[in-house]
Design a protein around this ligand. Structure first.
Ligand code: 4NP
Length: 158
């Protein structure tokens, strides 16, 4: 059975779908396709059913990635059973997810994206690019490339 990873942000239209896309590309490069499966979702339901934000799709395209068809969905408690590793993009997402965990075993599946930031990273979480300009979206894609590369290195051992 594949190891299942879930990326979580607020709306599931910017950061977490980008994390899923960038991670899937890194998994493929690492030869782990089929052994690791990724999905993404949001803690809020405002954008459920929508495509990723067009500004994030444009930033992904600039970096050489293509959208795979994901539509926004909301995190639910069953995700604690469906996934092995749940990765909130910022502290607020992390607190929201942890408030839904029913015990220590579920809570232990939750690790912030910043666990895979290098020592020189100046961000402490994946910043929300929603209210900013295109440069913020490009910066998020590059941050996610660095973090997911480190995550894939860790998953080589699972
Ligand atoms: P995301 O970005 O959590 O990275 O998908 C946002 C998407 C939508 C909103 C905020 C952040 N919003 O306020 O609708």
């Amino acid at each position: 059975m594949a190891y299942r990873v879930l990326f979580v942000c607020l709306g599931n239209i910017c950061r977490s779908p980008a994390a899923e896309i960038v991670f899937n590309a890194a998994i493929e490069r690492a030869g782990l396709k089929g052994r690791v499966k990724a999905d993404s979702c949001g803690t809020a339901s405002y954008h459920t059913g929508e495509k990723p934000d067009h500004r994030m799709l444009a930033a992904l395209e600039r970096a050489g990635y293509a959208w795979g068809g994901h539509r926004a969905r909301t995190f639910c408690r069953a995700d604690f059973e469906r996934f092995d590793l749940i990765i909130p993009q910022d502290e607020s997402n992390r607190n929201d997810i942890l408030s839904l965990a029913s015990g220590a075993e579920q809570a232990a599946k939750v690790r912030p994206m910043s666990d895979w930031f290098g020592p020189d990273e100046h961000e402490r979480e994946v910043p929300d690019p929603y209210y900013g300009g295109p440069a913020g979206f490009d910066a998020v894609v590059r941050l996610l490339e660095r973090a997911t590369e480190a995550l894939v290195q860790e998953l080589r051992e699972v």
